[in-house]
Design a protein around this ligand. Sequence first.
Ligand code: PHE
Length: 365
Amino acid sequence: VAQPAAGGATPAASDTIVLGEVGSLTGAQATFGVSTRNGVDLAIKEANAAGGVKGKKLKVIVYDDQGKPEEAAQAVTRLITQDKVVLILGEVASSNSLAMAEKAQAAGVPMITPSSTNPSVTEKGEYIFRVCFIDPFQGFVMAKFAREHLKADRVAILQDNKSAYSIGLTDVFTQKFAEMGGKIVTTQSYSQGDTNFRAQLTAIKKEKPQAIYVPGYYNDVGIIARQAREMGVTVPLMGGDGWDSEKLYELAGNALDGSYFSNHYSPSNPDPKVQKFISDYKAAYGGVPDALAALGYDAAKVAIAALERAQDTSGPAVRDAIAQTKDFPGVAGNITLDQNRNAVKSAAILKIGNGKTEFVTTINP
Ligand code: PHE
């Protein structure tokens, strides 16, 4: 772990506190960045309407990384050296957060990823936090669901070998499913952005699995599902949070009906604070917020609360304040950060039908 230089803002005479955000506002996973942006924006607007933080208004400088790790790293460098932000929010995709965390840690500027679940992100150092669960839990959740709910003995995996997230989930699922007495009949790979998955699906079909675990991002999964059905593969597909996007259903049509994925939040949660968030979000941006929007909102809220508590806006003071986050009532669950700067939270399992998700169950850590 690199030792950071004292970072954060130079205490200038200013009436604003400047935060940074990096996300995929364009590119193959654009809904990730756009939803997160909306969630962050809502939280910042609420805070400013309530008077800001420490008597100052909050401002967020946002850079689009097009979903690319190199761009994400450059954006963080710009936020730190040029914009002098006190804290950075982002990214969604773990591979992009890993590239950012390296830079933020080295500069001693706190970073909170709303939704990156790969364990190595926060292992980059004591300045890096997340407000979501990690993949060892998410992989366990789906393995348990496959064994206990789907009663599957034989499962195939189709992983994205360009994504730290997908590789991590594959490893955990493989291990847990075997521990629970199941068998992984084959593990096939693709690279994100591929458009023809028929060779891998042929190899999978031959093994006659009872379900297929596809821990990828929605843009690839939608095409995979369609091709699988065209080839007569009818078993349920299972996935993780990376499936969560309205676009998934546009791409897949009905091909994912009867499939399942694990996620951070369910919009059908009757909790009044969740329902208020959903109606405020709808009014401001249109559409039901997905998990990215919920976690973006929660990450910004945790940041705002920490800034409020911090002695000043220097890197070390803000870092310490974030680390003390305890029982914070997020719309995607309560947030307590553990000593590894991860949130310990439950996961929801959602079932897809008619281009919509239906809540199935919650699995607690
Ligand atoms: N957890 C995913 C990753 O680490 C990102 C993601 C989170 C995608 C939530 C969709 C919803 O790469």
